[in-house]
Design a protein around this ligand. Structure first.
Ligand code: SF4
Length: 386
């Protein structure tokens, strides 16, 4: 991690362009500089400790206190030498997410958290329970620039990218909830439930914030910390072609989900405006490159909108488009949003769509709907701009 990329003004962390001059007391900035602990990979934290003149083992122990034992209480970190603890406490803070509200779905399977960032912007994070697993749906941006017409986040527009630390802080919040702990201090371990599955499908386009998102993925995967395996992390993109190619070239060990929604350029562009920038043929070429290079299956997301993209003809078009590729199609009946009038396809229509895909040798699922009554489903996350 490039330490010079982090700047702090007062007590609120800012990720500044790395070529921006460092604020100094002469510029009128407060000289106390603190970094968001969650912005650091373990290697970055060891590097920081070395700059302070401390051995790496202290930084490594600090890492396990936070990510393995779940404590943010400096006084509880009794195995750290006092000098190191004092230095770390003065230089690091544990993010700035504040829980503004928490809503629970009627069926008890979903919780949605409205979280305030240090600059007052707000994001949403969702915890979903399925049979045998719990998944956190994390946001990568406040708002989104992609403008998918049926998506509440797209309808609100782009506000800003999240830092890696702000993405990790969402995961840590969910992990704390699962462990049965409060929002601060040492967590209670009564239930011993840990966060094990992550989908980057909340607010924002992850590949539009590539560096911060992949830094967060590295932190999530760290075997001495949260240790969430790459197979349990899914990154969803609406089709940012350069990002898909970069993921392939860097061989990032995460699942990739690509939102398709239309099997021809003309149909897709009516739902996904960014298809003008990266047309369907370019997107599919990038997907083939990714699958071939990494020998990995891609999940294709298809929001089923009644009378729009749920016909047998469109199912056949999807079949022809993906036939022979390592692919799985996830069918998601449209979730309602205020800014789009479409309706979800019915269960029978979804089954018919699935059957046609099966005829092309394509496995598919119909996504279990979760948290619709609290607007926590796919495409429903939204906050005001400020
Ligand atoms: S579906 Fe995803 S990429 Fe599209 S506008 Fe919504 S958050 Fe952005």
């Amino acid at each position: 991690m490039r330490l010079e990329g982090l700047r702090e003004k007062g007590n609120a962390s800012i990720v500044a362009p790395t070529d921006a001059p460092c604020p100094t007391a002469a510029d009128g900035f407060a000289v106390t500089v603190t970094f968001d602990f969650h912005d650091f990979t373990r290697a970055g934290l060891l590097q920081l400790a070395a700059q302070w003149g401390f051995p790496g083992m202290h930084a490594a122990r600090l890492w396990t206190y936070v990510y393995l034992e779940g404590t943010r209480d400096w006084r509880a970190m009794s195995e750290l030498p006092v000098r190191f603890r004092t230095k770390a406490e003065s230089a690091l803070h544990f993010g700035g997410l504040t829980i503004t509200s928490e809503t629970h779905s009627h069926d008890g399977f979903t919780r949605k958290y409205l979280l305030a960032l240090t600059d007052g912007r707000k994001i949403e994070t969702v915890l979903m329970r399925f049979t045998g697993r719990v998944t956190a749906c994390l946001s990568s941006q406040a708002g989104c620039a992609m403008g998918c017409v049926f998506c509440a986040t797209g309808q609100m527009g782009f506000v800003r990218n999240l830092t890696a630390g702000e993405i990790i802080a969402q995961a840590m919040h969910v992990d704390r909830v699962l462990r049965g702990g409060g929002s601060s201090g040492r967590m209670r371990h009564a239930r011993r439930e840990r966060l094990r599955n992550i989908v980057l499908m909340g607010m924002g386009e992850p590949l539009h914030n590539y560096d911060a998102v992949l830094q967060a993925v590295d932190i999530l995967r760290d075997s001495a910390g949260l240790a969430i395996g790459g197979r349990r992390i899914t990154l969803s993109t609406v089709g940012v072609v350069p990002g898909i190619i970069r993921l392939a070239d860097e061989a990032r060990p995460v699942h990739l989900a690509v939102s398709l929604h239309g099997a021809t350029q003309a149909e897709r562009v009516t739902l996904v405006p960014v298809a003008k920038q990266w047309p369907l043929d370019e997107l599919m070429a990038a997907c083939r490159y990714y699958s071939t290079k990494l020998d990995r299956r891609i999940f294709y997301e298809w929001t089923l909108i009644a009378g729009k993209n749920d016909t047998p003809e469109q199912a056949h078009a999807v079949g022809r488009l993906l036939r022979g590729q390592p692919a799985q199609v996830n069918l998601i009946p449209l979730n309602p949003t205020a800014g789009y009038e479409g309706a979800p396809a019915g269960r029978d229509v979804a089954r018919r769509f699935q059957q046609i895909l099966a005829d092309y040798g394509l496995p598919s699922t119909v996504r279990q709907r979760r948290g619709i009554d609290i607007a926590a489903g796919c495409g429903q996350l939204v906050t005001t701009r400020r």
